[in-house]
Unconditional design. Structure first.
Length: 331
């Protein structure tokens, strides 16, 4: 999907088309063992800085990801791989941004099963390999906007959620899709922490029309590689017009329901985190503004602050889903 250039993005920030096309050639050669450092635009971190990277998965998945259909060249500079995989919210492993990469090695994403249940005609529990059979993986370059007012631009590898839901034949009474993350304190140690204010397992949900929208995907990779544990391996949701906490990680259950499902952050702090969580610069978080965001990488000397766009810049595609709704009330 093409990301439209924001007027606030400087020309110097744009990735040259030639560099991006070279990057895609590199992706296609990953299965043959091409070196990561040869990827133009990738992190410039030395190999020693990547020793704690958690990337695991079966060879069949690596090959399927390497063959993914390329997206169009990005209109915004990609977030370096190192930042994308070392600055994460994944509270099942801790509350600091570097906890996931340091601790997610305990997660075992292979083999992996997902239960599909609820208002579908073909429920069941399926191995990840079976879910991906017949799925043509695509690269989707999306903005990721965190509710904490930082953001990234990430090339995900995945497939439309609609393609999977249609396979299980949703019933006419289905109006929502509920998702559940793995609950296993041995693999996700912070789930047993006495200091956590969240109830486990982590749960999220979408309206059925949001779930079926072409922009909504299930991701199994990023930057042409298998999805790292700290980024939600082996299967995570990506909904680019919503705040990042909606994009639930390490999914083990998908359920279609008639009633709006509970969601973890709404249960924890309903005044701060609504069910819809559409990116909206006009509606502040109770404790900070949402009008601007810090695009990573950034620092004290180069903060890289940009304007936040309604629906994270995807309003032309998704605003019609909320026609007639008061988005200050339905936040």
């Amino acid at each position: 999907m093409l990301i439209k250039k924001s007027p606030t993005i400087l020309g110097s920030q744009i990735t040259p088309e030639s560099a991006y096309l070279n990057r895609r050639r590199f992706i296609q050669g990953l299965a043959a063992g091409a070196a990561w450092a040869a990827w133009p635009g990738a992190s410039q971190a030395a190999p020693s800085q990547l020793h704690d990277e958690v990337v695991a998965g079966p060879e069949w998945l690596a090959q399927q990801i390497a063959a993914a259909k390329a997206d169009v060249p990005p209109a915004e500079k990609l977030t370096p791989y190192y930042h994308c995989t070392h600055y994460n919210n994944f509270y099942e492993f801790g509350f600091d941004k570097d906890d996931p990469v340091a601790k997610a090695h305990s997660l075992k994403p292979d083999p992996w099963q997902v239960e599909v249940t609820g208002l579908v005609n073909k429920p069941g529990t399926y191995h990840l390999e079976d879910l991906l059979k017949g799925m043509a993986l695509e690269e989707r370059i999306y903005r990721l906007r965190c509710v904490e007012a930082w953001s990234m631009v990430i090339p995900w590898i995945g497939f439309p959620l609609a393609s999977l839901l249609q396979r299980f034949e949703p019933q006419g009474s289905a109006k929502y899709v509920a998702f559940t993350t793995l609950h296993d304190p041995e693999q996700m140690p912070a789930q047993s922490s006495l200091f956590s204010s969240l109830d486990w397992p982590y749960v999220e949900g979408l309206r059925l029309d949001e779930a079926m929208h072409p922009l909504t995907i299930l991701a199994v990779g990023l930057y042409g590689r298998i999805l790292p544990n700290q980024n939600g391996a082996p299967l995570r949701l990506v909904v680019p017009w919503k705040y990042g906490f909606k994009s639930i990680k390490s999914i083990v259950k998908i359920e279609l329901t008639e009633q709006q499902p509970p969601t973890t952050w709404n249960l924890s702090a309903p005044r701060e985190y609504g069910f819809y969580a559409n990116v909206n610069p006009a509606v502040d978080h109770p404790r900070w503004s949402q009008a601007k965001e810090r695009r990573l990488p950034s620092g004290l000397l180069s903060p890289n602050i940009i304007e936040t766009l309604p629906f994270n810049g995807y309003g032309a595609e998704v605003a019609s889903l909320y026609s007639g709704m008061d988005l200050r009330q339905w936040y």
